[in-house]
Design a protein around this ligand. Sequence first.
Ligand SMILES: C[S@@+](CC[C@H](N)C(=O)[O-])C[C@H]1O[C@@H](n2cnc3c(N)ncnc32)[C@H](O)[C@@H]1O
Length: 285
Amino acid sequence: MIVPREPQTPASVADHYDELDPFYREIWGEHVHHGLWATGLETPDQAVEGLIAHLADTLALETGQHVCDIGCGYGATAEWLAAQYGTHVTGVTLSSAQLRQAEKRAAQSPLLHFIRQDWLANTFPDGIFDHVYAIESSEHMPDKQRFFDEAYRTLRPGGRLAVYAWLAREKAGAWEERLLLEPICREGRLAGLGTVPEYRDWAEKAGFKVDGIENLSAKVKRTWTLCSGRVARKLLTRAEYRRYLLNAHSRNRVFALSLPRIWLAYTTGSMVYGLLTAHKPSSLA
Ligand SMILES: C[S@@+](CC[C@H](N)C(=O)[O-])C[C@H]1O[C@@H](n2cnc3c(N)ncnc32)[C@H](O)[C@@H]1O
């Protein structure tokens, strides 16, 4: 696993999303995840929705099921799933700023419930969820084994898990680690970037049967061209963006450096965007 030279904590992750909240909502919108271009012809909004439609297919959601969104951001994915499938979604986030937006969604739908909690120290009872998913949150967690152990514990037997994750190339070279992967971790408050075999291993050690790990890098990479363009335009047209970047007290301004770095890491294959799907066996027999 690639780890940042400054260890990340739940507090530093929460601070990242709280301080950057206005920028995230303007640049990414309410979905803080990649878009998925299945045909290549989708608009950016269609691509963002495409990723959660892909998730819904993967989980084979049914009306009335109870699902957990680990690292739910602003709750937009949960809202979409509840509206399209009639599923109950419980979302957890570390960020107060995100929770405030998510709670506005919950006020409009009895199917939605959000809390601010560290997944690695969650208080959910055993076997409470039909399905569990994480979109780009496991990277922030230092103890990946516990991430999977908790997913396994809170899932009912037969329940499915879907994890969309930023991953590091297996056996990344020294230059990739130094110039791309370590800085990406540090600048984005990622506690660690695991590899495909590591994710498989953690899932299996937790007790899951892994159904597959799909490499979606080519279908999501365009996200970073779009985001870099949006940030560049804001910097040219909006003084508060320039002030934030030039202010030495802006604790998370370093994240701006990651935008071109991530694009480059996908281009070189140093970083991979993967979907791990797994299920909790129905019986121990
Ligand atoms: C890149 S955002 C993705 C948000 C959301 N899944 C989406 O796709 O819009 C990462 C999310 O993971 C959450 N997160 C990171 N570490 C967490 C932890 N230990 N427990 C709960 N949430 C966590 C953050 O609070 C944030 O909401």
